[in-house]
Design a binder for this molecule. Structure first.
Ligand SMILES: Cc1cc2nc3c(=O)[nH]c(=O)nc-3n(C[C@H](O)[C@H](O)[C@H](O)COP(=O)(O)OP(=O)(O)OC[C@H]3O[C@@H](n4cnc5c(N)ncnc54)[C@H](O)[C@@H]3O)c2cc1C
Length: 469
């Protein structure tokens, strides 16, 4: 149902001299409060980010991006840039400003001979995976199909194939973007290499990315994936095995360790109970899979679902669980160690959760990620062993505070034990963390210099913001 147009926006939009001019040349769709489809156009993944932009500019071309950006700057309106709309804190929307929505730009083209994908910046992971799998190729990316390629890549890109093929940024060839002053720029190792360095790990700060090119690798059409499940009483015993096994396994295997409340799909013995789960994806042959999963199977899980499945099915298996439009509080940390105290916190916090869809998951890093030199990109945390995420998911706004508090407290406890650093793509609101600590002094100073060069007025500030001096 459409909501009525707030008075202050009626007044504001009526004074925009440039809006009619923008409409004349705009190939995509411009939606303002009161227009049909406004509520749909302003929606982002996390329902707690319920904002009312003055204009959602659904861009169909880079020229649209330039025009929308110029309009926002002329009218002195704040700019939010939206790829897939998955930002946990809701950075890709805003109140009273302009959302530059790349959603209409979803084309993915694959050159199978050169093993390169060219991806428009509104594409989602599912679009990238579907297009590349037609040629038996993959680009390592994230674990949920409706995540945006652009936002995920610009922060780093961690996922199920990263130990074998690296982070998503490690496969990035070049990026086309519209700069704060409206120029079309290409950044790569050869063109604007400094900017290309910053785009890989702090990338939402420097412009509106319109297209990305990635190196691809042969994999699929199937892969071994699945999970082994135990009641949470066995958490320490399972974690003991996971700790060494997951980081010393061959790169073909990427494993995850999770703690949550089992749903009905886990069967009558486990449903409703706290469980620990080792999930894994394995790119190898059956004999290698059997060898590498043996230590996990030796722990006699209550449930073992490992099987050869389609790569595309694996990549979209969680899409419904993490559906758009629910309320979410997610944050992550990167760990070097996994001491008993961390496992205790995970189990204790699960038992203290305010509702059934709260839990923790950690995915193993290392492998190819660590073979890229730390200073080669702005991404911070290549030395970590695990990426741990705290997740809370609920529907009723009345329950917001209980879930926010649970997430905050869980992270505060984890931070006291064994945190290396953070992944910028799963930080919360500015003010909740210190970006200088996360990037480190040298990297942070380099990013500030880049920001001063490319966006001195901080037009792109709705992100994990590198503030220009
Ligand atoms: C369900 C879910 C699963 C996830 N799984 C993973 C995972 O497996 N691996 C992983 O690494 N991360 C994962 N993430 C985190 C994800 O990488 C970040 O939320 C990421 O920022 C999402 O990108 P987006 O384009 O969808 O989001 P958006 O909200 O559109 O954008 C996020 C940020 O990037 C900026 N941005 C987006 N597009 C552009 C562009 N074209 N040019 C410039 N800036 C842009 C936005 O302004 C904003 O600051 C997941 C998130 C969710 C919600």
């Amino acid at each position: 149902m459409e909501t009525s147009r707030p008075q202050r926006l009626v007044k504001r939009t009526s004074t925009w001299t440039g809006l009619e001019r923008l409409r004349e040349s705009f190939a995509g769709r411009l939606v303002t409060p009161g227009d049909a489809g406004y509520d749909e156009a302003r929606r982002v993944w996390n329902a707690t980010a319920d904002r009312r932009p003055a204009l959602v500019a659904g861009c169909a071309t880079p020229a649209d991006v330039i025009a929308a950006l110029r309009f926002a700057r002329d009218e002195n309106l704040v700019v939010a840039v939206r790829g897939g709309g998955h930002s946990y804190p809701g950075f890709s929307t805003c109140d009273d400003g302009v959302v530059i929505d790349l959603g209409p730009m979803q084309e993915v083209t694959v050159d199978p001979d050169r093993r390169i994908a060219t991806v428009q910046a509104g594409a989602l992971l599912k679009g990238l995976d579907t297009a590349t799998q037609r040629h038996g190729l993959v680009c390592p990316s994230g674990a949920v199909g409706h995540t945006g390629v652009a936002g995920l890549t610009l922060g780093g890109g961690l996922g199920r194939l990263m130990r074998r093929f690296g982070l998503t940024i490690d496969n990035l060839i070049d990026v086309d973007l519209v700069s704060a002053d409206g120029r079309q720029i290409r950044a790569s190792e050869d063109e604007h290499p400094d900017l290309f360095w910053g785009l890989r790990g702090a990338g939402a700060n420097f412009g509106v990315v319109t297209s990305l090119r990635f190196r691809l690798h042969p994999a699929g059409p199937d892969i071994v994936a699945g999970a082994a499940v135990w009641p949470a009483e066995r958490a320490h015993e399972v974690a003991e095995t996971f700790r060494q096994w997951s980081i010393s396994a061959p790169d073909d295997l990427t494993a995850a360790f999770s703690v949550f409340l089992a749903g009905d799909e886990f069967g009558p013995d486990l449903a409703g109970r706290p469980v620990v789960v080792i999930a894994a994806a394995h790119l190898g042959r059956d004999s290698a899979v059997a060898r590498d999963l043996a230590p996990v199977r030796a722990l006699r899980p209550a449930l073992d679902t490992f099987a050869r499945i389609s790569y595309l099915d694996m990549q979209t298996a969680s899409d419904d669980y993490y559906a758009w439009g629910r309320r979410n509080y997610w944050k992550g940390v990167l760990l070097t160690d996994l001491p008993r105290a961390t496992v205790d916190i995970l189990v204790d916090r699960l038992l203290a959760a305010p509702s059934e869809r709260c839990g923790f998951g950690m995915i193993t890093m290392g492998g190819a990620i660590r073979r890229v030199a730390d200073e080669d990109s702005a991404f911070s945390g290549r030395g970590a062993n695990w990426w741990l995420t705290t997740e809370a998911l609920w529907d009723d706004p009345v329950d917001d505070e209980a879930h926010f508090a649970w997430g905050r407290d869980s992270l505060a406890q984890l931070r006291r034990v064994a945190v290396a650093t953070n992944y910028v793509n799963d930080l919360g609101q500015p003010g909740e963390h210190n970006l200088r600590d996360i990037y480190g002094d040298a990297r942070y100073e380099r990013l500030v210099a880049l920001k001063c060069a490319w966006d001195p007025e901080n037009v792109f500030r709705l992100n994990q913001n590198i503030t220009p001096r």
